[in-house]
Design a protein around this ligand. Structure first.
Ligand SMILES: Cc1cc2nc3c(=O)[nH]c(=O)nc-3n(C[C@H](O)[C@H](O)[C@H](O)COP(=O)(O)OP(=O)(O)OC[C@H]3O[C@@H](n4cnc5c(N)ncnc54)[C@H](O)[C@@H]3O)c2cc1C
Length: 472
């Protein structure tokens, strides 16, 4: 239902408020929700440039009972930033300053709208890097990464984005300005509100400033590709490498179908076989690490394992970054369904990959599988003709069965994309009713009027309601 949002024009200058259709529609679809018709067009888009403006808009939104959906680069794939109840979309991309680089402390303060790769450009001269970013780091923002607790290819060595956040400034759902965390690298002082904000998908507060920890750029890098005759061999080799303690910085699985899709769309010459892309980072002793990895891959019948310096592997990572687009473009008659993003304990990874493939065969569907395998992350999707209801139904079964299996073996329904609108049905199944009720109470504490990004996360909101605490 549309809302009267004219009050925002009294809070921000005219060039940072838009009721125009083009601006509103641009903020009504992310990289998945638009494809499947989820979400609605906001009534207005605003671009605050300061914490005080963010707070003023949220306070007024409370007064008028109007939803506020934080929006950054809109690269989410679960409808996370797409409004469900119209209202105000708050685009944070004009708050994109690098505020303070403190190389002696390995730290940087940034505004939330800064693009991930811009942070690395700003700190590179100091020999520093923000090491844990999603494959979309050239497109997506630090605020969006924090809100989704994004992670990516380097998570196997460096952890998630959230592991590198020391402190935050946040505007709560009632428009209060709060700081949490500190510049110290550890703290046992009070509840850890930083970690609470990380992964909260804009439902608890709007991040307006972040203090990030940095790492040194490694002195040595090697990278390359290992080809296997069999998908089981490849996934078992990854499991074996990780459990044996090979110090990999990236280790990605690409199945033969995904390789064919890359070749068709990206004009790459990948072999028509399952393979692993791998990268090593170290300050010394890197060749020993590569040799250790080679021994393990050979034990799993690797057909070919080529490793070069870091630069020589750059092309492989470009292919990996583009893989999602290759899947989308593979066949004009087939659409990739819901983007699968399960993550399981590493010992469960090879059977899960096998299971996804078997499901594809059983339901006669193409199911490309790839992912940040070193942390047990599997991306998969069923390719379906949207005009064929039976095929779509089979695709849904494949999608859900893999999530169910991941949960059964102690994994999660989403390793990095978040719940958004797409995974609400799994939240309670993963965490149980008691934990989800505690989440609701946390939501109530930070955002008692359910103003911030309503319609996301909670199972009942998937039915079309807002979390109305007073009615509960
Ligand atoms: C090609 C491609 C590759 C991808 N690869 C990966 C990957 O490897 N790993 C991964 O984790 N994800 C990946 N993603 C998903 C997505 O890019 C990430 O989740 C990213 O962090 C989203 O950032 P964004 O700036 O686009 O945020 P948006 O999509 O705009 O917003 C994300 C969420 O954050 C909230 N939000 C935004 N800004 C703020 C703020 N300042 N305060 C509070 N809440 C806020 C929004 O309401 C929304 O819930 C990929 C996406 C694409 C399109």
């Amino acid at each position: 239902m549309p809302h009267d949002c004219s009050f925002v024009s009294e809070l921000l200058p005219a060039d940072r408020v838009s009721f125009a259709d083009a601006d509103r529609e641009e903020h009504a679809a992310d990289w998945w929700a638009g494809e499947v018709g989820l979400g609605v067009v906001p009534d207005v888009v605003v671009w605050p440039t300061s914490t005080e403006e963010v707070a003023a808009v949220i306070r007024a939104a409370n007064d008028h009972d109007v939803p506020v959906t934080p929006w950054a680069a809109g690269t989410s794939v679960e409808g996370n930033a797409v409004p469900e109840f119209e209202g105000i979309t708050m685009d944070l991309t004009r708050m994109d300053a690098i505020l303070d680089v403190r190389p002696d402390d390995f730290q940087v303060d940034v505004e939330p709208g800064v693009i991930g790769s811009a942070v690395n450009e700003a700190v590179a001269d100091h020999g520093l890097v923000f090491p844990s970013m999603p494959s979309s780091a050239d497109l997506s923002t630090i605020g969006g990464m924090i809100a989704n607790d994004a992670s990516g290819q380097q998570t196997v060595k460096y952890g998630e984005v959230g592991d590198w956040v020391l402190g935050l400034e946040v505007v709560t759902g009632e428009g209060e300005i709060m700081t949490c965390g500190s510049r110290a690298v550890k703290s046992s002082s009070g509840y850890n509100l930083v970690d609470l904000m990380v992964g909260s998908e804009g439902t608890l507060g709007v991040v307006t400033r972040a203090t990030l920890r940095l790492d040194g750029i490694p002195e040595q890098q090697r990278g390359g590709r290992a080809v296997f005759a069999d998908l089981d061999d490849a996934s078992e080799a990854i499991y074996d490498a990780v459990r044996s303690g090979v110090d990999v910085a990236k280790i990605e699985l690409i199945d033969a179908l995904s390789a064919r899709m890359a070749n068709a769309h990206l004009d790459t010459g990948l072999p028509d076989a399952p393979m692993i892309f791998v990268e090593f980072h170290a300050d010394h002793g890197i060749d020993e690490e590569v040799a250790f990895c080679r021994t393990i891959f050979e034990a799993h019948d690797v057909v070919e394992f080529e490793v070069g310096d870091g630069a020589s592997a750059a092309e492989l990572w470009e292919i990996r970054d583009e893989l999602g687009f290759a899947v989308q473009a593979y066949d004009p008659d087939l659409t990739p369904m819901h983007p699968g993003d399960v993550t399981v304990p590493i010992s469960e990874y090879p059977p899960l990959v096998r299971y996804a493939k078997e499901l594809g065969e059983e339901h006669d569907l193409l199911v490309p599988t790839f992912g940040h395998a070193g942390d047990g992350n599997l991306h998969y999707t069923a390719m379906v003709d949207q005009s064929d209801d039976a095929m779509v139904e089979r695709g849904e079964r494949v999608y859900e069965a893999v999530v169910e299996r991941a949960l059964e073996v102690g994994g999660t329904c989403t390793g990095e994309h978040g719940i958004g609108m797409g995974k609400q049905g799994f939240l309670e199944r993963e965490h149980g009713a008691v934990a989800v009720e505690q989440m609701r109470r946390i939501k109530q504490a930070f955002d008692p009027n359910d103003v911030l990004n309503p319609g996301k996360l909670f199972p009942e909101t998937a039915e079309g309601g807002r979390v109305r605490f007073a009615e509960r």
